[in-house]
Design a binder for this molecule. Structure first.
Ligand SMILES: [Zn+2]
Length: 178
């Protein structure tokens, strides 16, 4: 997948953010992001990446976000380039490889707000990178994940979205009525 340096400005998709709450599944909305987005975890097989021990609680907090958020799912499938190629792992399979906890293919992204009004933009594969490969994301991202409560809901207009910054004029649709 395309490599983006950690903490660089997000340029993968300049259209609206398409946001699905995995806990309700069918509901989604699309909106222009009012926040700056910074890349984290867009790893590539031919670029260096940081490994190391992550703080206690970080993996659990990251998995809690991965369980509820699905951003820009329509942009395609990402495959881990750190895993060795294997005929036993069909690229369309979401089953983790033997010895792994998370799948080496993923679609979509997550957003983690930070204290400065920005959002970190990471592919959902970041869970696999951290848990199965020992990737250590930048400290600001780790701190933001630890500080973020993905169970917190928007107060009024979008109560089903586990994300704090959806603009009032966001365009949304509800696929569950289709
Ligand atoms: Zn992998």
């Amino acid at each position: 997948m395309t490599f983006y340096e950690d903490m660089s400005p997000y340029t993968y998709w300049n259209g609206g953010e398409s946001f699905t709450d995995m806990t309700t599944g069918y509901r989604s909305l699309t909106f222009e992001p009012p926040y700056e987005r910074l890349n984290v975890g867009w790893l590539s097989g031919d670029q260096p990446w940081a490994s190391g021990v992550v703080p206690t609680g970080f993996i659990e907090a990251l998995e809690a976000v991965l369980a509820v958020q699905a951003v820009n799912e329509m942009l395609g499938l990402h495959e881990c380039e750190l895993c060795p190629p294997s005929d036993k792992q069909p690229p369309e399979s979401y089953e983790p490889r033997p010895g792994h906890q998370r799948s080496s293919v993923g679609t979509g992204e997550i957003r983690i707000p930070d204290r400065h009004g920005r959002a970190f933009a990471a592919p959902t594969l970041i869970g696999h990178y951290v848990i199965d490969h020992g990737y250590k994301p930048p400290k600001p991202f780790i701190e933001a994940v630890l500080a973020f409560d993905p169970s917190g809901h928007m107060p009024a207009r979008y109560p089903w979205v586990h994300f704090p910054w959806v603009p009032e004029d966001a365009i949304h649709y509800d696929a569950s009525v289709e």
